[in-house]
Ligand binder design. Structure first.
Ligand code: MG
Length: 406
């Protein structure tokens, strides 16, 4: 780690806070000994952003100052092991953001887009799925139709449950709700939704659904079985991480493709699902996993077991994270599909070079590294909302008042 002549050393690691869409983003900026040369990463954990900022600026910055910025593996292991107790979303987001920034830097130093460093592009663009929702089946159909007309061909559909709360029908697909969740009514409404969608939209569209880990395992098995006739592209988070032990049972009873992983903070947990062929798609959130370094290793292992990757791509991933997802998508042979949340003009102003959509697929520019920048002046014009640091998340409760998973 001693600086040699010509070496690019880490000089400072900063956490930049911005919220162009009202969602609390954390961007990592790794500044180097070469003037003007820096890397960007995403460390967004929107429910606990200040804890992540502290992990970055109070711990990783002093730890990695002076390190050779090109020694990504060394930096990653040093940072991960430096706390002795490791993993978890706070530490992993900090680590993942720094890791992404080091890959961005490596691409800039090489003068190559990141996908080139990952083996080269084996597809021109990355097909995405987007979110449709509505209060009832008819509104969801209208929402899906509008997305089809905009050129998308894979659509996640979430429907309201009359008189009860549910996931994914808020303005931004968030868990904003005060009304109790009713698992029985939810499980009856969803198959009816997909019957309606197939009647109205036909079969030339890929449909997806996210149960958001809300059902108890036996109800999840039953829902998966009842969704079989509608040919979903995949069913997302059918059970919570705590209930992964149910997946083998579920696989025996329902032939529905399964996608799991956005809550994972340990690659080992998802590797076990791939090795056991318990899922069809792994979809971790890059920064929660610890960045591109563990993600590409997990993807390589998954490929050997016929499992494809569908990285988490919600609104609470920054455009920097979307760019990192995209470079992996372009270079991985076992890429499945990419979740995508359209960006507003405000986001594009803060993040010049953010990926663009063409015919329902994401396209990367050919700039070195992640190909994305951060306009810090524009970012400063979008400070964190001050009203509620917990963001839009509220406890999700059953009718008896007990709290369930979000
Ligand atoms: Mg999800």
């Amino acid at each position: 780690m001693n600086g040699d002549a010509g070496e690019v050393r880490i000089e400072r690691i900063r956490a930049v806070r911005t919220a162009p869409e009202g969602i609390r983003l954390v961007i990592v900026k790794v500044e180097t000994s070469t003037p003007g040369l820096y890397g960007l990463g995403c460390a967004t954990f929107t429910q606990r952003p200040l804890a992540v900022c502290s992990a970055i600026e109070d711990y990783l910055d002093p730890l990695l100052r002076g390190a050779d910025a090109q020694q990504i593996e060394d930096c990653w292991h040093v940072a991960r092991l430096s706390s002795y107790w490791r993993d978890g979303p706070v530490l992993n987001n900090a680590l993942g953001g720094v890791d992404m920034a080091l890959w961005d830097l490596k691409g800039k130093i090489a003068g190559l887009p990141l996908y080139q460093l990952l083996g080269g592009k084996l597809r021109a663009s990355a097909r995405v799925y987007v979110h449709a929702h509505g209060r009832d089946a008819s509104e969801v159909t209208d929402s899906a139709r509008a997305l089809l007309e905009a050129g998308f061909s894979a659509i996640r559909c979430q429907v309201g449950v009359a008189g009860a709360g549910t996931y994914g029908v808020g303005a931004a697909g968030t868990a904003t709700q005060q009304v109790a969740f009713d698992p029985d009514r939810y499980a009856r409404v969803v198959p009816a939704l997909f019957a309606h969608l197939r009647d109205e939209l036909g079969w030339d569209v890929d449909l997806l659904h996210d149960t958001h880990e809300r059902l108890a395992p036996p109800a999840a098995v039953r829902l998966a079985r009842e969704l079989e006739p509608f040919g979903l592209y995949f069913l997302e988070d059918v059970v919570a991480p705590e209930d992964h032990g149910w997946l083998e049972h579920l696989r025996r009873h329902a032939a529905v493709p399964l996608a799991i992983g956005e809550l994972a903070t340990r690659g080992e947990d998802l590797a076990a699902l791939a090795v056991g062929r318990l899922v069809d798609y792994l979809r971790p959130h890059l920064s929660d996993l610890g960045g591109i370094t563990p993600a590409r290793k997990l993807a390589a292992l998954a490929e050997a077991f016929g499992v494809r990757m569908a990285w988490h791509g919600p609104g609470d991933a920054s455009p920097v994270a979307h760019a990192a997802n995209l470079h992996l998508d372009l270079a991985l042979s076992n890429f499945g599909i990419q979740e995508w949340t359209p960006l507003t003009d405000a986001s594009r102003e803060v993040f010049p070079g953010a990926p663009t959509i063409d015919a329902g697929a994401l396209v990367a520019n050919e700039q070195p590294g992640l190909g994305i920048d951060l306009d810090e002046r524009a970012a400063a014009r979008h400070p964190y909302p001050e009203d509620n640091l917990n963001g839009s998340w509220r406890p999700v409760r059953l009718a008896d008042g007990s709290v369930i998973r979000p």
